[in-house]
Design a protein. Sequence first.
Lengths: 78, 265
Amino acid sequence: MALLGVAEWDVSRLSDRVKNRRPRTDADPAEDSDLAKYFINPELGHLDEPCIVMDVHRHIILWYLPGIYALHRVVSTD
Amino acid sequence: MLIYEKDALNAGISHLRPDLNRAMNALGTVSASWRNSGFSAPPGGGRFGVGVLNFSPGWFQRLRDVRLDQLSIIFAANLVPKSQQLKDHLYVSTSLKTEPAASFLRATASVDVISNAITALVAPRQYDFGLAAIERIKNGHHLDSSHPILDSWISVWSGFSVIVNRATPLHRDLGGAPEDFDLLLSSGTHDACNLDVPDLGATLSYHPGTAVAITGRVLQHGVKGWEGGERICQARFMKDAVHDRLGLPKPTWVNYDDYIGLTSL
């Protein structure tokens, strides 16, 4: 069970480098190859338990909350 | 009777099905972008149908906000949306100004309540700025014209997309600030599905009822497909340009230490 994942890069610097372009279907886009030279991605694998992921400076970049909308009942009606 | 939020969302989609069908029919007349492709209709159309609808109480008018059945006319007129400027008015999205949309908001109010609560916990500053933005849209003079539906908008988010029975290629979302989270809610009736986040080497189990708050401008994410049943995603977003227009700053990054500090009080 993973509670905390860590990426060893700075999300601000990754943000500066990513290009937001039309999605491509090829398996190894040039952009990803270029980014891989500078940003070594973690291998968190398959997640099915609640967890957060943060960057090297402890900035939280993802919250994974499985089942949260099912577990928390807020409405009770007739 | 207990009503669960994902079930409320599933029930709410029934209100939108005619609009989803209309949007899909209109897509047949224009070249679809990747955001309007990858649909997989179940045999007989299924319970929810297929399609994508976007809703916002105040955003910059853009091509995709124009009624889809008018798109062919717009393409024929070679109309290109101009760049948005700080002096431009905001608009209530056309899709929100319908009775089915009002019914959907009423049916899914509990989803909005939970989503607001999640947002306040996972991204407190973003929640504050989101709430301030909605208040300024409702009370200020930023809209081109107001609409009664705004009284039913209780979300702190700039808007949301309802995506029904569609696979989504890996993408990053342009509209938010890098520091902003998008809030993704998986719903529907499917048995198995994964949200891929290759920048983290992660695949997240994406069963109905799951929420993922993701910095979607930075992290690529997508869904290759699903097994069994039908898939719905409600994706909530905050538009950085709208917040800028409303005089609100960008949030700062959410920091893990802010939460560790809470436990030591």
